[in-house]
Design a binder for this molecule. Structure first.
Ligand code: ZN
Length: 62
């Protein structure tokens, strides 16, 4: 019997588990991190070096 793996990640800023996270980094030489929507905004606001690397979702689109 196959067990469905629950795909969840936690926001690296607020440590809350979210179904959707955003892969971002503050500068081109900073490590990538996964953050939630709430934590993305202050990170992105006014940051010209901010880079966006895609959206992670726990459920794949059908
Ligand atoms: Zn967060």
């Amino acid at each position: 019997m196959k067990v469905k793996r629950v795909r969840q990640k936690e926001c690296q800023q607020c440590r809350h588990t979210k179904n959707t996270l955003y892969r971002v980094r503050e500068r081109s030489d900073a490590p990538w991190q996964f953050v939630c929507k709430e934590c993305l905004l202050p990170l992105r606001n006014g940051n010209l070096n901010y880079q966006y690397g895609g959206t992670w979702k726990s459920k794949k689109r059908t």
